[in-house]
Design a protein around this ligand. Structure first.
Ligand SMILES: [Zn+2]
Length: 170
């Protein structure tokens, strides 16, 4: 989000030089700079001991395509804590190992996504109300039902890192 008005006093902000950062919206009354802010999210590929991936479908996004787990971080939480929490909330399974899978900028919504590869022992899902369907899918078959690849879609770089990590890619 790019600030145009001061969130404290409501006054229109004017651009002011802020050192090396260039021109930044500034409130003359509060004497405060307002740098752009953006939400931080986690995006988590969860796999089990059979190298199956947990894929879930949310009807408000698609009737056919599946996704990996994602969600907004909460204030005071680390990205690692958010990753474990989101998998638990959405799928009802417990992550026991996490591997960092880089950050990804989701330009359609201006979100910073923290990628993770998570291990959880295979068990039945206990879905949240936000998820309409979920299944364990053999890793190499996952792209058949995942959202198609696009430049802003972080699933595929994480998926490829997972294949490499597990020795499943050519
Ligand atoms: Zn102000």
């Amino acid at each position: 989000m790019h600030f145009k008005y001061c969130p404290e006093c409501g006054r229109k902000l004017t651009d002011k030089q802020a050192g090396d950062d260039g021109l930044i919206p500034f409130c003359e009354v509060c004497e405060q700079y307002y740098f752009d802010i953006f939400p931080s999210c986690v995006i988590v590929l969860t796999y089990n001991e059979f190298d199956e991936i947990a894929l879930c479908r949310q009807s408000y996004l698609s009737d056919t395509y599946f996704n990996i787990t994602s969600g907004f971080m909460e204030v005071g939480e680390t990205a690692e804590e958010a990753a474990v929490r989101e998998v638990k909330e959405e799928l009802g399974i417990d992550v026991t190992e996490l591997t960092y899978a880089k950050t990804h900028w989701f330009s359609p919504k201006g979100l910073l996504m923290h990628g993770f590869i998570a291990f959880a022992k295979k068990k039945d899902f206990r879905l949240s109300a936000e998820v309409d369907e979920a299944k364990w899918v053999p890793a190499l078959e996952a792209p058949k039902i995942m959202f198609p690849e696009s430049p802003s879609n972080a699933i595929y770089p994480i998926y490829r890192q997972f294949l490499k990590m597990r020795g499943l890619s050519e």
